[in-house]
Design a protein around this ligand. Structure first.
Ligand code: ADP
Ligand code: MG
Ligand code: ZN
Length: 494
């Protein structure tokens, strides 16, 4: 895009992502060190991940299997043979002075991912997804990267398996990026290869450029030559969906403003400053030739030809959502909610089988997720209490407590105080009052309120509600109002 280019309304936004996700394995990608967070810096290290002379890498089969599963999930091509390369550069978090990554034979190529945004289905192409090692991490003391007094280096993270997923520049807005990242995490979690609650488990580099709106074809694609010619910025250091959305919205505005003022957009690498909410220029964009890629001679080519057939993947969110709609008669909205994590979907199916799908949908999708959301809690926070929640549904299903009490008292105290459902029902005296007691209360209410009874016989609608209220009062709210209404009518007519 040249400086004297068009008015900003004639521009279209083009975005492509490089997403780094940590793969969940017990040990690092090229050595046997643990990937569990350690208390002490540099505790999970060995000669390989510290880059000591003579140490040799051995590839972790679990990381390769995870990558193949990701490849299947995004419908990518997996080659017969995949190879590793060295990407050479100096940085204190990289003790070998190179990162082992993949170059011309990545483990996955030409995939895609479908997601929904604003009620519309979108598909974004995935150019490639490759395996590499995470560098160590730096702690800047007394300031940020450019103002710190000094910086500490921790190699615990060095060698954590990463997958870098590179999309085609198919996104047209920051909204789409956010929806895509949410979907990507969903799929990775279904595969059991990713943990979104782990700090820094997803990091995004986001590329954005503006092109002439006329260069966007009717089907939304943009010509390669146009993409190539556009000056794009690459924003680094984004670590959340929300961060990606904000950084890209900022960058879009910044570039539009530059063009409006007749200035050129520089091709450069920028840094997302989360606390200030701005992108800052870091350096002119490095090029591939700067990294002197060459084959990693310490790792032989890896034949993965038959891994794709050998490794199974579970039913993924889209397929499961459609099955839930067909099999349980759920709305698309309810089915989407229930399939957004595998844990919730599995739990729903357990409850649906034990009781009935409608009750399960109400209790899992509406009540449980609603109350969790209200408390800013995640399903993972109550995963070890699914038995208790299922027991609560049972109490409702078997009519031992009213749905109202289950929702407003039992579930809420379960989440707030950590008690089990039976205890709470017992302590709060919520067990439904037995038939006899209700019957007695009905008779007493009729006896004590002759005026209301007369009004009822005169056809006054409010009278029955008044009597129901009296009975509810006598039973401490534990009778079912519908049943009471019925009993009163029988008594009054009989
Ligand atoms: P590089 O080698 O410079 O990193 P790549 O071709 O590997 O470039 O692409 C890196 C990322 O930039 C990809 O996610 C791609 O979709 C995105 N990208 C490519 N062209 C553009 C563009 N004109 N505008 C925005 N993003 C782009
Ligand atoms: Mg790149
Ligand atoms: Zn190690």
């Amino acid at each position: 895009m040249t400086a004297q280019a068009a008015e900003t309304e004639d521009l279209a936004t083009v975005i492509g992502l490089e997403v780094h996700v940590q793969l969940e394995t017990d040990t690092k990608i090229f050595c046997g060190c643990s990937t569990e967070p350690a208390e002490e810096p540099n505790a999970n290290t060995c000669p390989v991940c510290l880059g000591l002379p003579g140490a040799l890498p051995v590839v972790n089969e679990g990381a390769v299997e995870a990558a193949v599963r990701v490849g299947k999930a995004i419908d990518a091509d997996i080659p017969e043979e995949t190879t590793f390369h060295r990407k050479n550069y100096y940085y204190p978090d990289l003790p070998k002075n190179f990162q082992i990554t993949q170059y011309d034979a990545p483990i996955c190529a030409d995939g895609e991912l479908e997601f929904s945004v604003g009620g519309e289905r979108r598909t974004v192409g995935i150019r490639r997804a490759h395996l590499e090692e995470d560098p160590g991490s730096l702690q800047h003391k007394g300031g940020s990267i450019d103002t710190a007094d000094y910086t500490l280096v921790d190699y615990n993270r060095a060698g954590t398996p990463l997958m870098e997923i590179v999309t085609r520049p198919d996104f047209r807005s920051a909204d789409e990026v956010r929806a895509f990242l949410a979907k990507l995490e969903e799929v990775l979690e279904y595969l059991g290869v990713f943990d979104s609650s782990r700090d820094g488990s997803l990091r995004v580099d986001a590329n954005l450029s503006l092109v002439d709106a006329d260069d966007v074809a009717a089907d939304g694609t943009v010509d390669e030559a146009v993409l190539e010619a556009a000056n794009r910025t690459e924003v680094k250091n984004i670590s959340s969906h929300r961060g990606a959305e904000k950084a890209l919205a900022y960058e879009e505005t910044r570039q539009k403003n530059a063009i409006e003022r007749g200035r050129a957009v520089e091709q450069e690498t920028r840094h997302w400053d989360e606390s200030k909410g701005v992108t800052l220029s870091m350096r002119s964009k490095e090029e591939e030739k700067d990294y002197r890629y060459f084959r990693e001679a310490d790792l032989p080519p890896l034949r993965v030809a038959d891994w794709r057939e050998r490794l199974a993947i579970p039913e993924l969110p889209d397929a499961r959502r459609e099955r839930f709609q067909a099999e349980y008669g759920l709305s698309e909205e309810a089915a989407s909610k229930l399939t957004s994590t595998k844990q919730v979907a599995d739990f729903f199916e357990d409850v649906a089988e034990a009781f009935d799908p409608d009750l399960a949908a109400t209790w899992v999708a509406d009540e449980l997720l609603g109350e969790l959301n209200y408390r800013d809690m995640a399903v993972t926070d109550v995963a070890d209490r699914f038995d208790e929640i299922e027991r609560l549904v049972e109490l409702v299903a078997t009519d031992e407590i009213t749905a109202k009490n289950a929702r407003e008292t039992v579930l809420r105290s379960m989440l707030d105080d950590g008690e089990g459902p039976d205890e709470i029902v017992e302590e709060a005296g919520l067990g439904k009052t037995s038939g006899d007691e209700v019957q007695q209360a009905v008779e007493a209410a009729i006896e004590e309120n002759p005026d209301a009874v007369a009004d009822y016989h005169d056809g006054e609608d409010g009278a029955i509600n008044f009597l129901v209220g009296q009975v509810m009062g006598k039973t401490g709210g534990s009778a079912d109002p519908g049943d009471v209404n019925q009993l009163l009518r029988e008594e009054l007519e009989g």
